[in-house]
Design a protein around this ligand. Structure first.
Ligand SMILES: C[S@@+](CC[C@H](N)C(=O)[O-])C[C@H]1O[C@@H](n2cnc3c(N)ncnc32)[C@H](O)[C@@H]1O
Length: 413
């Protein structure tokens, strides 16, 4: 049955939220201040029509919007959208008792996402290649994606054809596509084992389309060109599957904030260093010790250091920082630190940092909830939070990146 809803606010996932006598009802693609009609199942309702539209409603740029599960907020005017992301970070901090004026969200333009994770599945004979439908396991074919770099969008047809060539299963599989300076780096997972003949066919296809590399379940099938990215001026060859910030300009914005904060430091620790996005930039001015759990990513970082010109010393250490955080005693060797953990955050590591006397600390995070928890630990340990800056690395999604900068005043002896 269709009901009428007054939308009061945006929820954490970007859905419009109507406050009803029975509790909140979530209406995707509705905006605060709007009156909409929607069909409701429990606390979710599918938008049918917008009776009274918000003045902040804009035309979504993508034809797949509302069908594709990748984007939640293309229909909101950009300034209000960025403010919503800022507020999301501020609310997460407030929930841990942290009151600080959160800076304006640094925007990321459309057509800037260099890494996209596609889903694919063999349908009735033909291959479906695209993204998941919102809140569904169903995969929908896509023909455009205004968040991705043009090089990925232009290759959607060939990528779909490649997915068809390597698909040896009836179940869904993933294809991560990264735009690099040497061409597209394609990493398939769970697409099934390739026969010798299928490898040859796929390899010929990769060469014909000028792709840089194809890996299947971590095995390099063919690598006509080593995929290369730049961290500042330093070139790095990230291994298949290694972490890479999704948008190059977002990575640069985060690195600028971190480097600005650590500008006076001489010995920096980079925790959860990946292939060196921060370490190799910081190494222009300071000695850096990079710690990371992924050995292949560390090897890429090491190589970047050895072949990079004008860098001070970079050392590296493979270490599981969840099981074995760097202790406060070990931290005594450093005057600056950056940590950039996965979504789970770095609770135990934060406890060690809180006990340390490292004067300058930068926290980078893609999850405001775990960031707030870890910042609370640092603040309780005597750190002063100087600034928090959201970065809109995940355009039109509910996700937001943030950089927090902290200092620990010298103890009076
Ligand atoms: C958000 S990424 C940041 C990488 C890097 N700072 C960058 O900007 O490219 C998080 C990194 O943490 C690493 N990681 C995940 N779990 C880890 C663990 N338990 N110990 C050490 N590193 C881990 C991942 O391999 C990944 O490189």
């Amino acid at each position: 049955m269709t009901e009428r809803f007054e939308i009061a606010r945006l929820g954490a996932q970007g859905d419009g939220v109507a406050e009803t006598a029975g509790g909140p009802v979530f209406v995707p693609f509705a905006l605060p201040g709007e009156t909409v009609t929607a069909t409701r199942i429990k606390d979710r309702a599918a938008l049918v029509s917008v009776a009274e539209a918000s003045p902040l409603r804009v035309a979504p740029p993508c034809r797949h919007f509302t069908e594709c599960g990748g984007c939640a907020l293309q229909h909101l005017e950009p300034a209000a959208y960025l403010e919503w992301k800022r507020e999301k970070v501020a609310q997460a901090l407030l929930s841990k008792g942290i009151e600080i004026p959160v800076a304006a969200t640094i925007p990321c333009p459309p057509n800037s996402r260099r890494r996209a994770v596609f889903s694919a599945r063999r349908g009735d004979g033909s291959i479906i290649f695209g993204y998941h439908r919102a809140l569904s396991h169903e995969i929908i074919d896509i023909t455009e994606c205004p968040i991705s770099v043009p090089e990925i969008v232009a290759a959607l047809g060939p990528l779909k054809a490649l997915a068809d060539l390597i698909c040896k299963v009836q179940t869904p599989f993933h294809m991560t596509v990264t735009h690099t300076a040497s061409g597209l780096d394609i990493a398939a997972e769970d697409s099934g084992a390739l026969s010798e003949k299928a490898r040859k066919v796929a390899s010929d296809f990769v060469i014909r389309h000028g792709f840089a590399r194809l890996t299947v379940d971590g095995e390099i099938i063919i690598e006509p060109k080593k995929p290369m990215v730049f961290f500042g001026e330093i070139s790095v060859f990230p291994p298949p599957g290694a972490f890479l910030q999704a948008v190059a300009s977002a990575e640069a914005a985060m690195a600028d904030l971190v480097m600005g904060h650590l500008r006076r430091t001489k010995k920096v620790l980079d925790l959860f260093a990946g292939s060196g996005a921060f370490a190799l930039r910081l190494a222009r001015k300071a000695e850096v010790h990079a710690v990371e759990g992924d050995g292949a990513a560390l090897a890429a970082l090491d190589r970047g250091f050895r072949f990079g010109a004008g860098l001070k010393r970079v050392t590296s250490e493979k270490r599981d920082l969840f099981r074995r955080p760097v202790t406060f005693k070990e931290l005594a060797a450093f005057d600056g630190l950056v940590f950039d953990p996965p979504r789970a955050g770095a609770e135990d590591q934060a406890k060690q940092i809180a006990r340390s006397e490292v004067p300058y600390v930068a926290a980078v995070s893609c999850n405001p909830t775990t960031l707030a928890r870890d910042l609370r630990i640092l603040i309780d340990g005597g750190y002063v939070l100087k600034s928090v800056t959201p970065i809109d690395q995940f355009l039109w999604s509910p996700h937001v990146e943030a950089v927090a900068l902290l200092e620990k005043p010298k103890r009076r002896r």
